[in-house]
Design a protein around this ligand. Structure first.
Ligand code: GDP
Ligand code: IMO
Ligand code: MG
Length: 425
């Protein structure tokens, strides 16, 4: 298998974790290249559920090395808690299995406080962030005042940076958001314990990937969030603060773009979204209820119910173009069983015109009215189905129509959370 980038093509929670876990057995390394513990990737193995936030979904395969690239933002306490929880369940998460870039930026207590305070302040206009400090941490990275993992080797430097940051953040926290200002000690306490602990995990990820490739190993890049939460290409401002498209797998880990050989787009058989922002195919009534309940659509990180609706080919087509998707993995097809008819959004009516790509004006998606195509449903459960031919005819037609409209082949179909509930084509 050549190097592969796996990305979400919708608004996150497409089932990237399940797909990455499945493919991880065939690669030497799985690398995260953006995001932080705003991600929640659920992997089901042998009846056990693992909820991964920062640690790549390759960790359940003992022979696979997992890496966090420079594009990831790191909350040290959360990372240590995730390591401990996995170790308690018998998973080896030693420094020979988990490698962390020294260039990762740290999420600090003031990032979390600012994230939450800003959201409260915005009221109805809030983004609906996960409250994990992701946005404020990336702001400091771009503002060139962030604290990086490599700084932990020089605590005097860390102290200087934190002091300078607090001069500014405390004005905001206390003056604008009526929060208690933070002291330097409070911030340091949250990192000192874990700083020593993660030292053995630190690495030059770019160099380590070159070594993996040099030994003939293949690399899988695991995306977090989805293409329409991308900071540039998503439904701005209702997006996350990192670049989620496949191209960032190169910059976010330190590998040349020519090493990103193939791109697999993960697409849920319907659409979900957590947080604010437009979602043209959202279904509030019975259909939404069916998808929400049968698909168990609750956020992994925050437990919020996910908004649910029909499959949207307009946003999928754009994701295919933005990331150069070569093939698709369709997940949660089983959730559609029992719906008498199925709809696919093939275009939007937007300001009196029919458009095939999302409008780019802020709020444009909110003005877009879906144009639907209706397909037949199926009643049979998909339990136990292991080949494409065994699927009900209407389910095969649904996947084939998706392929036609996306102009990309569907190479995998997932019909349940477990590894063996996957059809390889
Ligand atoms: P990710 O963030 O893209 O990794 O997706 P999440 O893990 O947040 O959400 C996907 C959820 O659907 C998880 O709970 C998975 O266990 C589950 N899942 C994945 N594939 C399937 C499938 O084919 N059918 C069903 N019913 N559940 C699935
Ligand atoms: P995975 O990797 C779904 C959403 C939040 C919010 C917006 C900004 O599991 O697919 P942030 O905390 O990132 O500043 O929030 O992005 N969001 C996700 N939605 N899945 C995710 O990750 C998400 N990560 C962030 O709900 O709307
Ligand atoms: Mg998720």
């Amino acid at each position: 298998m050549p190097n592969l980038v796996v990305i979400g093509t919708q608004w996150g929670d497409e089932g990237k974790g399940k797909i990455v876990d499945l493919l991880a057995a065939q690669v030497a390394a799985v690398v995260r290249f953006q995001g932080g513990h705003n991600a929640g990737h659920t992997v089901s193995v042998g009846g056990e559920e693992y909820k991964l936030r920062l640690i790549p979904s390759g960790i359940l395969h003992p022979g696979t090395i997992c890496m966090l690239g420079n594009g990831v933002v790191l909350d040290l306490e959360e990372l240590c808690a995730e390591i401990d929880a996995l170790v308690a369940r018998g998973v080896d998460v030693g420094p020979e299995r988990l490698r962390i870039s020294r260039k990762c930026h740290l999420i600090l207590p003031y990032h979390r406080l600012l994230d939450k305070a800003r959201e409260n302040f915005k009221g109805d206009g809030k983004i609906g962030t996960t409250g994990r400090g992701i946005g404020p941490c990336y702001e400091d990275k771009a503002g060139r005042c962030g604290v990086r993992v490599c700084d932990l080797e020089d605590m005097d430097l860390v102290r200087r940076k934190i002091r300078l940051a607090l001069d500014e953040k405390n004005v905001l926290l206390a003056g604008l958001y009526s929060q208690k200002p933070l002291t330097e000690r409070e911030v340091l306490e949250r990192i000192e314990g874990s700083a020593a602990r993660i030292q053995p995990y630190l690495a030059d990820i770019s160099e380590e990937m070159a070594r993996v490739e040099g030994a003939g190993g293949e690399i899988l890049f695991e995306g977090a969030q989805g293409s329409h939460l991308d900071i540039d290409h998503g439904t701005y401002p209702f997006v996350t603060s990192s670049s989620t498209v496949a191209g960032n797998a190169a910059a976010g880990s330190g590998i040349g773009p020519d090493h990103l050989h193939r791109v697999l787009g993960v697409v849920k058989a319907y659409t979900t979204r957590v947080g604010s922002g437009a979602m043209p195919t959202e279904q509030a009534g019975e259909i939404g209820g069916h998808l929400q309940k049968k698909g168990a659509e609750f956020g992994t990180v925050t437990g919020r119910p996910r908004r649910c609706g029909w499959l949207d080919l307009v946003i999928l087509r754009e994701s295919v173009r933005l990331s150069g998707v070569n093939s698709l993995a369709v997940t949660k097809l089983d959730v559609l069983s029992g719906l008498p008819e199925l709809k696919i959004c093939v275009a939007y009516n937007y300001r009196g015109r029919v458009v095939e790509y999302p409008p780019q004006a802020e709020g444009g998606l909110g003005e877009s009215v879906p144009v639907y195509e209706t397909l037949g449903g199926w009643t049979r459960s998909l339990d136990g189905i292991r080949s494409f031919a065994e699927l009900p005819a209407a389910a095969r037609d649904y996947v084939r129509r998706l392929e036609e409209l996306a102009e990309r082949p569907v190479s995998m179909v997932s019909v349940g959370p477990e590894r063996d509930r996957t059809i390889m084509r």
